[in-house]
Write a protein that binds this ligand. Structure first.
Ligand code: AMP
Length: 280
């Protein structure tokens, strides 16, 4: 397994593979890898001859008061996991390699970026779309793998890929959870033992909402019931609970067809997000 820090070297390597007829699968991450990331890597391994994982904590997607400096960076462990999963190359650039002096360009997927998490994390999805486009340009993969755990991010990347006519297939992968239902996240390690014990109640509240959809309630009543359930979690502060159209991410007007129920909640200093499908 190669560990590459230069964009030019990464680009030449994937170019050579492609000329040899070997398809490239790409898994962008911020490191601190867990079973959620591993599930994306395994899928990429099954579907491609070559697999590249990027490990880059992207400063552009963190707000000024967010956790950029304290975000975990256990690179030695990430490297071991990637090697065990038979990754061909890790792309691990410096901030300066991705954003050299004078960098000015941003990619904005208008509308989709301002809703839900975008309303609470201004500029976050601009940072995500910009870095993902840049990483795609470096690695030029045939397929790129993203988790449904970050559902809004997945839809924004799909939209950007379609709008710009990029030749990469976006593959969405199901959320990997602990046995208690908590979606795995690199940020879960910030939780105190008490917070970790109550965190699964977020997923339990969403599941309760999905069950409610089978009864004759309105979209508004469903979101309200989930909000009330989350409010019972000690110390939880709700950013949003929304039942939306999975493509436009706009509020569902009626309980009809395939919808997505999403929530963001702060427990102590940790912000948790989760989402589940709702079919009516
Ligand atoms: P991150 O390192 O948090 O930026 O995540 C990198 C990729 O892994 C993103 O596409 C995430 O959606 C995905 N991911 C993170 N956690 C999970 C999880 N629990 N299940 C599935 N995918 C995940």
């Amino acid at each position: 397994m190669r560990v590459i820090t230069r964009a030019s070297e990464m680009a030449s390597l994937t170019e050579v593979w492609k000329r040899q007829g070997r398809s490239v699968g790409f898994v962008p991450t911020m490191g601190a890898l867990h079973e959620g990331h591993a599930s994306l890597i395994r899928r990429a391994r099954r579907e491609n001859r070559r697999v590249v994982v990027s490990v880059f904590v992207n400063p552009a997607q963190f707000g000024p008061k967010e956790d950029f400096t304290r975000y975990p960076r256990p690179f030695a462990a990430d490297r071991r996991l990637c090697a065990a999963l038979k990754v061909d190359a890790i792309y691990h650039p410096t901030v300066n390699e991705v954003y050299p002096e004078g960098f000015r360009t941003v990619v904005e997927v208008a509308g989709l970026s301002d809703l839900l998490c975008g309303a609470f994390r201004p500029g976050h999805f601009k940072g995500v779309a910009t870095v993902v486009l840049k990483l795609f340009e470096t690695a030029r993969p045939a397929r790129a793998y993203f988790g449904e755990k970050d559902f809004q991010q997945l839809q924004i990347i799909r939209r950007m890929t379609q709008d710009l006519g990029l030749k990469v297939k976006i593959v969405g992968c199901p959320t990997v959870r602990g046995k208690d239902g908590l979606a795995l996240s690199s940020r879960n390690q910030y939780l105190s033992p008490f917070e970790r014990a109550i965190a699964p109640k977020l997923n339990a509240a969403l599941k309760m909402g999905a069950r409610l959809a089978r009864r004759k309630v309105s979209a508004g009543q469903l979101a309200k019931a989930v909000r009330l359930e989350i409010m019972k979690i000690p110390e939880a502060v709700i950013d949003y609970v929304s039942l939306v159209d999975p493509e436009t991410l706009e509020d569902a007007k009626a309980l009809k067809g395939r919808l997505r129920l999403l929530a963001a909640v702060r427990i102590g200093k940790t912000r948790l997000i989760d989402n589940i499908p709702v079919s009516c």
